[in-house]
Design a binder for this molecule. Structure first.
Ligand code: GLV
Ligand code: MN
Ligand code: MN
Length: 411
C-alpha cells in the first residue's frame, strides 16, 4: 500500500507538468495563471476525497475544512503555497499542502475529530514570481495587507484587478484575530543542514528577516557602433558594477547575511544598442534585522555612488520588509516531541528561506516542520525529497495535531 507521505510526493510530481505548469519543459506556476487554476482544481478533488469541504477565499487561496468536535472553536490552519518560482522544483510549497491533506485524510479514515476544526490552505502567491510582490495571499489572510499594495501589474502589464480576483473584496480574506488556533507549515528545508545531520526532520525556530527592493538604473540608449566609450551612460555596465558591490558587501559581512540579485532586465535589449535602462531586484536577509538593514543601506549607498560616477539615475522601490519571525516556543516543544515520536531525535534549525509562516505569525502562533531535501537543492528542477522522509513528516504532523489537542484539553 502506498503511504500517505509517498502519495503526497507523487501528487507534487503530478503537478510538476502541464497543465499544472505554465512553461513547456519544466515547472512554473504563477499566481492566477491557467496552471494555477488547474492545480487548484486537482487539489480541490484531493481535499474532498480526504473529507474536507472546499472553498476559495477572496484572495484566491484554496481552503479545505475538516470540522472538529466544536465547529465554533478556532481552527488549526495547515498550509503552504501552490505557486512556484520559474523553472522550479516540485516540492517547494506543494509538499506542505499535500501533507496537510494526507493528515486530514488519515484522521478522516480513522473517523477522528479533534477539539478544533482543521483547515488546509493552499496560498497563492508566496514566491512573488508573477507580480512584483510576495506573500500577497497570506498577507491578505493575516490582515497585514493595505489596499494600495494591490495596485500591481505583472511583466506583461496585466493588472492584478484583471487577473481573476476582485481587488475590492481581496482584503476580506483577512481572518478575525483570535479565530485561528495556530498555523502549521511543513516544508522542504531548502538547505543542507538536515542532510548533514543525517536526520529527516527538524523543528524550525524562526525565519530570517527579508528586505526586497526593485531598482532601476537609467542612462542613455545609443548606437553600439558609433558612441565612443567615454561618452556612454550604459545602465547595464552600471548594474554589473552594482551587483559586484552588493556581493562584496555581503561576503565581507562574514555572517548569516545573504544578498541576491535574482532578476535583471536590460532595455531596449538589442545587441547593437547600448542599454539605456536596467531593472533589477535586490533581496537581503539575515536572522538579525539590524544587520540586514545596515547592509541594505550600505548597498544602496554604494549603488548611488556608482550611479553618480557613471551619470545614471537610480530609482529604488521597497517591495517588502518582512521582520524576522520566531516560531511559537510552546508549539516548538510540541513539534520536538512529535518528531521524537517518529523515532528520530528532536532537532531544531533556523530558516533562511521565507515562508508564509512568517506572515501568519502576525495572526496566530506558528510552527514549522522542515523535511530533508537532497543536497539541500531548492528553487531548481533537481529538488528532491525522499518519500520515506515525507511519510515521517506526516507522522510528525499527526503527532503534533494530537499533542495540540491534548494541550487544549489540559488547559
Ligand atoms: C521563498 O522561497 C523565499 O525564500 O524567497
Ligand atoms: Mn520558494
Ligand atoms: Mn516555499
Amino acid at each position: 500500500m502506498v503511504s500517505g507521505g509517498a502519495r503526497a510526493v507523487a501528487r507534487c510530481d503530478a503537478l510538476g507538468v502541464a497543465p499544472y505548469s505554465d512553461m513547456a519543459d519544466g515547472l512554473y506556476r504563477g499566481y492566477l495563471t491557467p496552471a494555477y487554476a488547474h492545480a487548484q482544481a486537482a487539489l480541490a478533488g484531493w481535499m474532498e476525497e480526504a473529507g474536507m469541504a472546499v472553498r476559495r477565499d477572496p484572495a484566491a487561496n484554496l481552503i479545505g475544512r475538516y470540522e472538529g468536535l466544536d465547529p465554533a472553536a478556532p481552527a488549526l490552519l495547515i498550509g503552504s503555497h501552490i505557486d512556484s518560482v520559474r523553472d522550479a522544483g516540485r516540492y517547494d510549497g506543494p509538499l506542505g499542502i499535500m501533507l496537510g491533506v494526507e493528515a486530514v485524510a488519515a484522521l478522516h479514515r480513522a473517523g477522528r475529530r479533534l477539539p478544533f476544526p482543521i483547515e488546509v490552505i493552499a496560498f497563492g502567491d508566496e514566491e512573488g514570481s508573477r507580480f512584483p510582490a510576495a506573500m500577497l495571499t497570506s498577507r491578505a489572510v493575516a490582515g497585514t495587507l493595505a489596499t494600495e499594495a494591490l495596485d500591481l501589474r505583472d511583466g506583461d502589464g496585466v493588472a492584478l484587478a484583471d487577473a481573476g480576483v476582485d481587488v475590492r473584496a481581496y482584503l476580506s480574506a483577512a481572518r478575525a484575530p483570535g479565530a485561528t488556533l495556530a498555523y502549521l507549515e511543513a516544508h522542504i528545508e531548502q538547505g543542507p543542514v538536515l542532510e548533514a545531520q543525517g536526520l529527516a526532520l527538524g523543528a524550525v525556530t524562526g525565519i530570517a528577516a527579508q528586505l526586497r527592493y526593485q531598482l532601476t538604473l537609467r542612462g542613455m540608449a545609443g548606437h553600439a557602433g558609433t558612441t565612443s566609450m567615454p561618452l556612454r551612460r550604459d545602465a547595464l555596465a552600471g548594474a554589473a558594477e552594482a551587483m559586484l558591490a552588493i556581493e562584496t558587501l555581503a561576503r565581507n559581512a562574514a555572517s548569516d547575511l545573504v544578498a541576491t540579485v535574482g532578476r535583471i532586465e536590460a532595455l531596449p535589449g538589442a545587441p547593437n544598442v547600448i542599454p539605456g535602462e536596467v531593472r533589477f531586484t535586490l533581496d537581503v536577509r539575515s536572522g538579525d534585522a539590524g544587520r540586514r538593514d545596515r547592509a541594505a543601506e550600505a548597498m544602496i549607498a554604494a549603488i548611488t555612488i556608482i550611479a553618480d560616477r557613471r551619470g545614471l539615475d537610480l530609482a529604488t522601490t521597497l517591495v517588502h520588509d518582512l521582520p524576522a519571525s520566531p516560531c511559537d516556543p510552546l508549539l516548538m516543544t510540541l513539534m520536538d516531541a512529535a518528531i521524537a515520536g517518529t523515532g528520530q531525535p528532536a532537532f531544531r534549525l533556523v530558516s533562511g528561506a521565507g515562508h508564509d509562516a512568517m506572515v501568519m505569525a502576525a495572526l496566530c502562533p506558528t510552527a514549522m516542520l522542515f523535511i530533508r531535501c537532497r543536497h539541500g537543492i531548492s528553487h531548481h528542477p533537481a529538488e528532491h525529497v525522499d518519500p520515506a522522509d515525507a511519510e515521517r513528516a506526516l507522522q510528525a504532523m499527526l503527532g503534533f495535531i494530537d499533542k495540540l489537542g491534548e494541550s487544549i484539553a489540559a488547559a
